[in-house]
Design a protein around this ligand. Structure first.
Ligand code: BDR
Ligand code: CA
Length: 313
């Protein structure tokens, strides 16, 4: 049976690739809906980008919702410097014809989890955790029914990318992350520690382009754009590809390695706001609330992406 998931996202070129991977894999993943959140750019722009990505995939049967327009307690911090003014700069995607659903994205999450049998719905978070936290606050009873939350966020050994101490998704809404990490829902975490191993080298981008379909060309254009900032920043042979680790994990978990740890979110310090304090060496007896993924096989990851993107238009 395919894994039933809801994707919560702020697309974002890497979010787009994560979504395309899921939509290309109906035998493994049943995407019940996509919910946009404020993050890389504004909620309205992220929602529009989600519609564009769904149309690119040809899977217009998948509903798209708009969720929260700002973090719980903080002004929104965005990342146009990485993703461009639209959040999805690079390919020339048409204006979407598909419309957003009327229901609020948080209500969609709550209603879906309550409607489906307990322990069958996985929430995939590719942006700040605002919508997931709001759903858990609005209907705390969903915590016992969600199968797991698989998220891209945080870091331990690699520390931070938006500040010296914090990764972007957790930094933008640390209070929301705190609610999610203390919810008791099983969490699988894809931190910078693994995403920094998944480098979109020139050869790998060329391979996407070489698939010869519209999706492969669009993905190559997306990554060609978003890597510019990171190549200059890190001086590596490619840019990290973050969010697709989430959907790849659902299809081929054997690509990744990690361990159960306690992870707590720093919310009070301005200096280390949004830091994911990970008890990687088990030096406390705090509850092990997250499966912290530390490494992955990047060749297998890119092979999976190439094979699946080739199935799309
Ligand atoms: C995360 O931040 C966003 O800019 C990316 O889409 C990814 O979700 C990486 O820190
Ligand atoms: Ca993202």
């Amino acid at each position: 049976m395919p894994e039933k998931i809801i994707i919560d996202t702020d697309p974002g070129q890497d979010d787009a690739v994560a979504i395309l991977l899921a939509l290309a894999s109906p035998g493994d993943i049943d995407v019940l809906g996509i919910v946009a959140v404020a993050g890389n750019v504004s909620l309205a722009q992220n929602a529009k980008n989600a519609l564009k990505v769904v149309e690119l995939s040809g899977r217009t049967d998948v509903p798209v919702y708009a969720g929260c327009a700002r973090p719980l307690r903080r002004p929104l911090v965005t990342a146009e410097h990485v993703h461009g003014q639209t959040g999805l700069d690079g390919p020339d995607l048409p204006e979407p014809q598909k419309q957003l659903e009327e229901m609020h994205g948080v209500d969609f999450i709550v209603e879906t989890v309550l409607r489906e049998p307990a322990g069958t719905v996985t929430l995939c978070a590719l942006g700040p955790l605002t919508n997931l936290a709001m759903a858990l606050v609005k209907a705390p009873e969903i915590a016992g029914k969600i199968k797991q939350i698989v998220l891209m966020g945080g870091a331990y050994f690699e520390v931070g990318n938006i500040t010296p101490a914090a990764e972007f998704n957790i930094y933008v809404d640390p209070e929301a992350a705190d609610i999610v990490f203390s919810s008791g829902v099983p969490i699988v975490m894809m931190p910078l520690d693994v995403t920094h191993q998944m480098l979109s080298t020139h050869e790998r981008i060329e391979t996407f382009d070489g698939i010869g379909n519209k999706t492969g060309a669009a993905v190559a254009a997306m990554l060609g754009f978003s890597e510019r900032f990171d190549l200059e920043k890190y001086n590596w042979k490619g840019a990290p590809l973050h969010d697709p680790c989430v959907t790849a994990y659902l299809i081929e978990p054997g690509i990744f390695e990690g361990r159960q740890c306690n992870v707590e979110i720093e919310t009070s310090s301005e200096l280390t706001r949004g830091m994911t304090v990970t008890d990687y060496w088990h030096v406390t007896d705090r509850p092990k609330n997250a499966f912290f993924v530390r490494s992955g096989d990047s060749d297998a990851f890119y092979a999976l992406l190439t094979e699946r993107l080739a199935r799309l238009p």
